[in-house]
Design a protein around this ligand. Structure first.
Ligand SMILES: Nc1ncnc2c1ncn2[C@@H]1O[C@H](COP(=O)(O)OP(=O)(O)OP(=O)(O)O)[C@@H](O)[C@H]1O
Length: 603
């Protein structure tokens, strides 16, 4: 039953081919049409060549018997053959060229489409491994399916050639077609059968292939190199890689051998049919029913037809296989991630007026059965500087993710100025918040862009970028680089400058100053700063965001105490809330942690 369904999907995926071709067409209509036109012309060259060849042989034999020889027709025929051969070569080159250009254009467009689409995916989906596998197959499609276009077009081209050759055979001896069919059908069945199995194998191995990619990445990357050497992990990684890849190799090998064995057997059957046809034609020639020219034409047509049909069939299985990846790609592109119906949303928000309220908010990560946050209720008042404190895993970052609507609460709700945040279009709402996380991204791009990502619309506003860098103490770092703001960062690319952890953080912090959002969140992006820098950064941050609302997560109490109000989380619940002084006066977690840190400094 499952097999029947799979077979069906094998062919069903072909329905994506026209859409694919239409996409390729739209990347460059002129190039596409030129390609199709050239292929049409090219498809008729084989029969024309065979026919001219036949005429030449018959003409030679005719002239041999003549006393007064006239070679004019012969020269003409040879001239035509030469022109055809030259055209064939020129067409081939032009087809190859347009194929390559269209392939590049398609690959670029579909990669951009994939990046745009992935940006719309909810974080929760990206953490789902099944979804991730689908994305992975869609990604493969963008780079490796380029050949699909030339395959489909070549297929159409070859089919026209086949029809022209078949017409030739029918004109002489229709029975030859029967022999041809016998010689080719088994191969066709074989090809189809194995194209399905290859795809199924590849599909079922997506998670392992993803694991292999990951192992390859951690085993050969500048980011992991330090630890791998220090902990001597190279053998561990290569052994893991080998274990998985050997299993895959074995499964693949079995299939390849079976495919090749059956393919070889059927090919021999084809050879037998070909020689049967050959004997038939030779006998006809000997009996004088056909000329020697006809003999070469028919034998040539038959042989050409056979190889052309083989090509068409194996290409067909190639196309169905590629089309199955295409299906993954289009299914991904067609996924509706927005869930947004413009009419159901409110306008805005365009400003933050009074407060954000968490109302009995609880949250559980997808595929988890444990609440990470339970019954959280508090108000964040406009203009307030709120600090979140709590031990590792208490739920601080999760709370921020909910506020940013990277996830929705499982229970309860979050309101902005009295309106449940879900009622706003997500993009408009998120514009109200600027956040820098502890695991901020180090873009291996210029220093300037690394800051501008905080507000990419201001990418060219050099003054604003520089100003942001001054505020976050990144300016001194950048000015000491050989190429200043245009310096590429990270060693991944040529001439890229590597920065220390703290220097990277200063650059990431500048992103917060790029943002015009009324609420700014810093989730521990200062942990690598030295004590003086951190204190300086926060004093500036508080002064500069005086008219804005901010949330700071930090484990350093020297920073936390600067906040207007401190919220202490424990095991996903609010344990206490108040000013530094109020909390110190209570014998609870905050006072205990503060004391621990202070003691550490005193000793
Ligand atoms: N994507 C996720 N899927 C499932 N569980 C998660 C996910 N992210 C975090 N958690 C779990 O949620 C809990 C809270 O994590 P969170 O990152 O909010 O803590 P935190 O207070 O910010 O900790 P830290 O001080 O270490 O940064 C942890 O137990 C963690 O294992």
């Amino acid at each position: 039953m499952a097999k029947a369904r799979e077979k069906k999907s094998n062919f069903a995926s072909l329905k994506f081919v026209p859409r694919f071709l239409s996409k390729v067409y739209h990347t460059h209509p002129g190039l596409f049409l030129a390609n199709v036109f050239l292929r049409l012309l090219k498809s008729l060259i084989p029969i024309a060549l065979l026919w001219v060849g036949k005429e030449i042989i018959d003409e030679v034999i005719f002239q041999v018997d003549l006393d007064a020889k006239d070679l004019t027709r012969l020269y003409w025929l040879i001239g035509i053959e030469l022109v055809l051969a030259i055209f064939s070569d020129v067409f081939n080159r032009l087809i190859g060229l347009t194929d390559g250009l269209l392939g590049d254009l398609y690959s670029n467009t579909s990669s951009i489409e994939l990046i745009q689409k992935t940006a719309k995916v909810e974080l929760a989906s990206l953490e789902d491994s099944e979804f991730y596998d689908k994305l992975e197959r869609a990604r493969q499609q963008t780079t490796s399916r380029v050949s699909l276009m030339s395959n489909v077009l070549a297929q159409i081209q070859d089919i026209i050639t086949i029809i022209s050759l078949i017409s030739g055979l029918i004109y002489f001896y229709p029975i030859l077609i029967l022999l041809l069919v016998i010689s080719i059908i088994p191969s066709l069945i074989n090809e189809l059968k194995y194209s399905q199995s290859t795809y199924s194998l590849q599909k079922s191995w997506t998670p392992e292939r993803r694991e292999l990619d990951y192992m390859r990445m951690i085993g050969a990357s500048d980011i992991t190199a330090k630890e791998i050497k220090l902990f001597g992990l190279a053998d561990f990684i290569s052994n893991t890689f080998k274990r998985i890849s050997d299993k895959y190799y074995k499964a693949n090998k079995k299939l390849s051998i079976k495919k090749s064995l059956w393919g070889g057997t059927f090919h021999i059957l084809g050879d037998l049919a070909y020689y049967g046809a050959y004997v038939f034609i030779v006998l006809k020639a000997v009996a004088g029913f056909v000329t020697i020219g006809d003999l070469t034409f028919l034998a040539g047509s038959f042989s050409r037809l056979r190889s052309q049909l083989q090509t068409v069939f194996s290409r067909f299985s190639n196309i169905t296989e590629s089309a199955m990846y295409l299906q993954d790609y289009f299914e991904f592109i067609d996924m509706d991630f927005s869930g947004e119906n413009p009419e159901q949303y409110r306008e805005g928000p365009t400003e933050f007026k009074h407060s954000i309220r968490f109302e009995n908010v609880s949250f559980r990560y997808p595929q988890s059965d444990k609440n990470v946050l339970s019954n959280i209720s508090f108000d964040l008042i406009k203009g307030e500087k709120l600090a979140l404190v709590g031990e590792n895993g208490a739920g601080k970052t999760t709370l921020i993710k909910l506020l940013l609507r990277l996830y929705d609460p499982t229970e309860g709700q979050i309101l902005m100025d009295g309106v449940p945040v879900q009622e706003y279009r997500k993009q408009a709402y998120q514009k109200m918040l600027g956040a820098i996380f502890q695991d901020f991204v180090k873009y291996y791009l210029t220093a300037k862009i690394n800051i501008a990502v905080g507000n990419i619309d201001e990418e060219h506003n050099t003054e604003k970028i520089k100003n942001a860098a001054v505020q976050s103490l990144a300016n001194d770092v950048i000015e000491s680089l050989p190429e200043g703001y245009n310096q590429g960062l990270g060693r991944r690319f040529r001439k890229g400058a590597e920065l220390s952890g703290g220097q990277w953080q200063k650059i990431a912090l500048a992103r917060a100053y790029m943002s015009d959002a009324p609420i700014i969140i810093l989730d521990e992006p200062t942990s690598a700063l030295d004590a003086r820098a951190e204190s300086q950064v926060f004093q500036r941050f508080i002064a500069l965001t005086e008219d804005r609302t901010s949330i700071i997560i930090s484990h350093r109490f020297s920073t936390v105490r600067m906040a207007d109000r401190i919220l202490v989380l424990q095991n996903g619940q609010i344990l206490e809330m108040g000013t530094h002084e109020e909390l110190l006066a209570k014998p609870q977690l905050y006072a205990e942690l503060f004391e621990l840190q202070a003691e550490g400094y005193r000793e």
